[in-house]
Write a protein that binds this ligand. Structure first.
Ligand code: ATP
Length: 351
């Protein structure tokens, strides 16, 4: 078999329909999940340990079958019964899973050898991906002569060499140190965008998810808690779980009535039906200090921390709730002052 298509020219659209997973010991790892991933899209599965990210990825890969009733499609094709070797996916794990007795180029060409690609083409394609990953100079090295970052580049090159319909990455950067992780994350992001390959990336690290995903799927206890763009997840979490998972600490309790949130600090216009209990969640960047006449949300200044480029200001509401906002360093603020707070409507969430 000889393939002549350009590198990763086609990514499959991937659709999961009612994919649940109950393991043999009775563990319910996944509730019925519906998920549609567009061809060429990068989707990050994000959530705490044990929420079902890896199980979802393994169902997409064909390493795990969903419970009866679940369907996995690559484009229009039902692949539910197909094992991994028939799905043409590339996988990259936290542990590099490279063959230690083969050189870099042999590792990268391995998948092509298994697929019966002729030697000359095998080597040409391996050289192409090695160059793309900027590790062509390491082609003839042994795996034990490589750093962690280099190994992970080889693992990526090996996964891409077979021109997969999708690349599946399970915490690929977790084993690397922080600086290298950030560097390789930027490289992976650029690579996935350039190749326009369908990519599904599992992580528990929100910074990684925000930096990499076209969309993020936040998971909790085997179910999807929210699907959204990084901006939506970051600024407009759909519920309390997502808000706290992505670290939104400014929360005001109150109610929604006639298109306004009402709490101890005052009122803010919001969209949505009346609710007897609601929490308004926003980040320091979504709030601005203003005069009391400019806003109907009022707080007392508790503490001011001068930080050079800005001041971080701790405020309290009448019910004791505390929030943090940032202010320009030359704004004169004194503990005990009453101030107004204006919220950016695109950066606040009702949870
Ligand atoms: P982590 O980030 O820790 O890898 P995860 O979100 O990827 O977590 P999964 O690996 O998908 O989570 O696991 C989901 C649940 O299913 C967990 O409770 C896990 O213990 C359980 N589980 C996973 N594999 C099996 C198995 N083979 N048999 C029984 N239970 C399993």
């Amino acid at each position: 078999m000889t393939e002549t298509a350009p590198l990763a020219a086609h990514g499959a659209a991937i659709t999961l329909t009612a994919c649940a997973k109950t393991f043999a010991d009775g563990t319910r790892a996944l509730e019925p999940v519906d998920l549609a991933i567009a061809a060429g899209e990068t989707v990050v599965l994000l959530g705490p340990s044990g929420c079902g990210k890896t199980t979802t990825l393994r169902i997409i890969a064909g390493l795990e079958a969903p419970d009866a009733g679940g369907v996995v499609r690559f484009d229009a094709e039902d692949v539910t019964a197909k094992p991994i070797e028939k799905r043409n996916v590339g996988m990259v794990f936290q542990s590099y899973a490279l063959f230690p007795n083969m050189t870099v180029v042999e590792n990268v060409a391995y998948g092509l050898r298994v697929r019966g690609v002729a030697k000359a083409e095998r080597l040409a394609r391996a050289a192409e991906v090695l160059e793309m990953m900027r590790i062509d100079a390491l082609a003839n090295r042994g795996i034990d002569q490589l750093s962690g970052g280099q190994r992970q580049r080889v693992a990526l090159a090996r996964a891409l060499a077979v021109r997969p319909r999708a690349i599946l990455l399970d915490e690929p950067l977790t084993a690397l140190d922080a600086a290298l992780r950030e560097h390789l994350r930027a490289e992976i992001d650029a690579l996935l965008r350039r190749l326009a390959i369908t990519a599904i990336y599992v992580t528990h690290d929100q910074a990684e998810a925000l930096a990499l995903g076209d969309r993020i799927v936040v998971m909790r206890q085997g179910a999807i808690a929210q699907i959204g763009t990084p901006r939506e997840i970051y600024f407009q979490p759909a519920n309390d779980f997502v808000a706290s998972f992505v670290g939104i600490t400014n929360r005001l309790d109150g109610m929604v009535r006639n298109g306004s949130f009402e709490g101890a600090a005052g009122r803010v216009p919001v969209t949505g039906p009346d609710r007897a209990h609601a929490t308004l969640a926003f980040r320091p960047e979504g709030a601005r200090l203003c005069g009391v006449a400019e806003s109907s949300l009022h707080f007392k200044v508790e503490q001011v921390h001068f930080q050079g480029a800005r001041q971080r200001v701790l405020l309290s509401a009448g019910d004791g709730a505390r929030i943090t906002v940032e202010a320009s360093p030359d704004l004169p603020l004194v503990a005990g002052d009453t101030v107004g707070v204006a919220l950016d409507p695109s950066r606040l969430a009702l949870v």
